[in-house]
Design a protein around this ligand. Sequence first.
Ligand code: HEM
Length: 512
Amino acid sequence: VQLVQGLQSLAGHLTDPANLAQILTTTALGISLILILTQISQRINRDKNAPPEVPYWIPYLGSAIQFSLNPLKFFEENRKKYGDVFTYTMVGRKFTVCLGTEGNNFVFNAKLADVSAEESYSPLTTPVFGKGVVYDCPNHMLMEQKRFVKWGMSNDAFRAYVPEIEEETKDYFKRWNNKAGARGDLFVAMGELIIKTASRTLMGPEIRALMDDSVAQLYHDLDDGFQPINMFFEWLPLPSYFRRDKAHRKMRDIFRQVIEERRANNITDKTDMLQSLMNQTYKNGTAFTDVDACHLMIALLMAGQHTSSTTATWALMYLAERPNLVKELLDEQRDVLGSIDAPLSFDQMKNMPLLDNVIRETLRLNPPIILVLRKVIRSVAFPGTEYIIPKGHYLAASPIGTQIDEKFYKNATSFEPHRWDNVVEEDSGETVDYGFGKIAGGGARNPSLPFGAGRHRCIGESFAYVQLKTIISTFIRMYDISLTEKGFPKPDFTKMFVQPQLPVQVDYKPRK
Ligand code: HEM
């Protein structure tokens, strides 16, 4: 009774107009004081040698809202004010973005003693992938894990994959039921097809067989735990976090069971990645265990899914906009294969430069990863400036900046695959091996870097190209697509991997 009376008296007190005015005034003064103190502290705490900082009004959140609405606009506007290197605050962390080709080179080729990818990505990746792999182990072990994976991405494996991907694509698109005047959702279709083709080829037939039900759901739960919020908070008592952790355990157990069955039945003739990861040992003799293999398989599933499915979606949207380009692609197939009814093959697709260039140009304009991070573990100087980037900051590179810069590409924002027709990559002959095979040295100054550069460079590029080329070629043989009245989609930057704003529909009719 006393509590109720107390609450009633408090309610009466708060709703009395005289008190309400006083409360509002005090709150307004409090907020103003916080805003002013936030501004003052940014000036007082300034380190003279640190890069310029983007000012902000809301403590802790900093520039999070402006950044997440449109990171590219945020970078461009601040670049005009502060130059290529500047710092912004977001969710209590300081990010120093390094733009331009020098900025890309600085971040991608930063020394191991100065920066750490593990410390940036692990809160996001370790709960999803599992322990002991990728960013939950020392860098030299990741380099060896990448070598194991590359070993499983041989040309022989790709030769086997192309007919499988072609078959999956044909089967999948039968559901578009060949009706003229129909409308289909490309984003949904590419999401489903990429996971089906990756599981049929890399993951293994056992996983593919489970893909229509249990594994697909587990993938969704893992994916829900692979969002920007997970980067900032490794664990929160939210349903998505519980589902993520449960899905991780189940997925690991599925891979483990497949491994155990293969071992028990002495199965050794598979061309997939799982088979190759089942038989690896680190150079120092440390075992790469079956659990490590399961965790790395989950990592590969996640690394290749959104990256490739968004790329396939954007590429097909560009083709929906340009029927002439589709015609050219079909002509290219006829020239190389004799007919567009002939089966696709890995070796013959190497002679289809326009197909390659459609993907290359899509990745120039719409790379799925627009921000690459490293945590500074030892203060580091940015060459050619007096800036010292303090320990504790996150270095950020955003290579899309150079990819859409007029300085490097004429009509930079326009989709023109033919711009690559006569481009021969400059090869200095210089190579570097971080432990997963030789890659071109100094490549981080190339203005187009959708697969990154340096020790953390993508190892899935060739697989992604094989998968995308086969899917796109097969799809355009089956359907003629065009944009709907909604036109070409805009990018959605709120996702971990930038994707087109949903829904992404096209009008289609079966190709005669
Ligand atoms: C790393 C992009 C497909 C596996 C990266 C990085 C980028 C990237 C930008 C560098 C990240 C960093 O420096 O922090 C892409 C794009 C893809 C794609 C655009 C498709 C269009 C794949 C596929 C796989 C894969 C299919 C595997 C099957 C990896 C792995 C790393 C990586 C293992 C290395 C991470 C590290 O060393 O830190 N990818 N990727 N990616 N990617 Fe990909």
